[in-house]
Design a protein around this ligand. Structure first.
Ligand code: PLP
Length: 391
């Protein structure tokens, strides 16, 4: 009989494990600031109205449940590419963007990782910002990559270490792969300005590096879809042939539906056809084809002008409620200077531990809080708790 006794206990996931601990806590004031997800004023999960309406339409239309093609629902992938690259994008107009549906943002990164590991002609090493989203390392390690880091967050200013970032781009061996957070950097909430992006694009091009954008929060940084796509579109118009991972988990609140897309810009139709064919060969043995429901919802929302408008408006209102209302309550400037769904408080691990133990506030050890988990009814409690542990 085969024994599994040699298997060591694995570490719980740093982010998802927090939700488990939160669920077990029975304290009435408990707060979960670990996972970024829309919450209403009572801390309950919130589904956007535009999404509810799209679901109704899908039911009314009595759609079937047939398999999707390997690369997903074309109506969805076209809309996703349009959302990211914009209608004026040259490679989009010329039909040179290879795009596939993915199991949300994580799946898009993984498809990109496997594809690049198979076909990237230079060193299989990827540079991440310090810090970065907790799952990046595992996704790319499991795709066969060596991991390296570039400087990003400056602890002394709680802002961007732009000089360090540029120096690390300059010093990395030519043709290195750089993973860039397109907007609303997770976990720090610190993004380069558009002028800084211009310089980053220029230097990355000079060095022949390959930019892999992770865009998990389009619309969340500025509240404006197009403004948040600035870096992606600037790189493309500067002539980079980027890779891009997109997620609809956060900006549409479709978390569990797992709607996302991976795309790669190619040089000509022949190259695009070859890339498309290889993406299918990457995906088919992994999960055959993607789930249909979330892609349908997203494509309905994105292609129906009325639902699209409602989606935009609701996000702006939510952002205003979550971020603007919050502004007056906490004493630290960097919290309001940072953007997006997350905020890097600068709290130390032992202070985080006290927050959880004494105040039942759950967050990742690095001091990151999800703004979406705060509401007008608990913001004061949180402010007090943070104040107490950081005195
Ligand atoms: N990339 C970043 C930077 C993220 O923060 C997340 C989610 O937290 C993801 C990718 C992937 O999310 P999902 O797989 O739920 O789309």
């Amino acid at each position: 009989i085969t024994s599994w006794a040699h298997i060591p206990q694995g570490q719980p996931d740093a982010i998802l494990g927090i939700t488990d601990a939160y669920k077990k806590d029975t304290h009435p004031k408990k707060m979960n600031l670990g996972v970024g997800a829309y919450r209403d004023d009572n801390g309950k999960p919130y589904v956007l109205n535009a999404v509810r309406k799209a679901e109704q339409k899908i039911i009314q239309n009595k759609l079937d449940k047939e398999y999707l093609p390997i690369t997903g629902l074309p109506a969805f992938t076209q809309e996703a590419a349009l959302l990211a690259y914009g209608k004026d994008s040259e490679p989009l107009q010329e039909g040179l963007i290879a795009v596939t549906q993915s199991i949300s943002g994580t799946g898009a990164l993984r498809i990109g990782g496997v594809f690049l590991n198979r076909f990237y002609p230079y060193q299989k090493k990827i540079y991440f910002p310090t810090p970065t989203w907790g799952n990046h390392g595992a996704v790319f390690k499991d795709s066969g990559f060596e991991i390296a880091q570039y400087r990003y967050f400056d602890k002394t200013t709680n802002g961007l270490d732009f000089e360090g970032f540029m120096e690390d781009i300059r010093n990395a061996p030519k043709n290195s792969i750089f993973l860039l957070h397109a907007c609303a950097h997770n976990p720090t909430g610190v993004d380069p300005t558009s002028q800084q992006w211009d310089q980053i694009s220029k230097l990355i091009k000079e060095r022949g590096h390959f930019p892999f954008f992770d865009m998990a929060y389009q619309g969340f940084a500025s509240g404006d879809i197009d403004r948040d796509a600035y870096a992606v579109r600037k790189f493309v118009s500067d002539g980079h042939r980027i890779a891009l991972s997109q997620s609809f988990a956060k900006n549409m609140g479709l978390y569990g539906e797992r709607a996302g897309a991976f795309s790669l810009i190619t040089e000509n139709p022949k190259e695009k056809a070859a890339v498309d064919s290889q993406l299918r060969l990457v995906i088919r043995p992994m999960y055959s084809n993607p789930p249909v429901n979330g892609a349908r919802i997203a494509s309905y929302v994105l292609s129906d002008p009325e639902l699209y408008k409602e989606w935009q408006l609701m996000r702006k209102k939510l952002k205003h409620h979550l971020v603007e209302d919050f502004e007056s309550k906490l004493p630290w400037n960097h919290i309001t200077d940072q953007i997006g769904m997350f905020c890097y408080t600068g709290l130390k691990p032992e202070q985080v531990e006290r927050l959880t133990h004494d105040y039942h506030v759950y967050l990742t050890k690095d001091g990151r809080i999800s703004i979406a988990g705060i509401s007008s009814s608990n913001v004061k409690y949180l402010a007090e708790a943070i104040h107490e542990v950081s005195k």
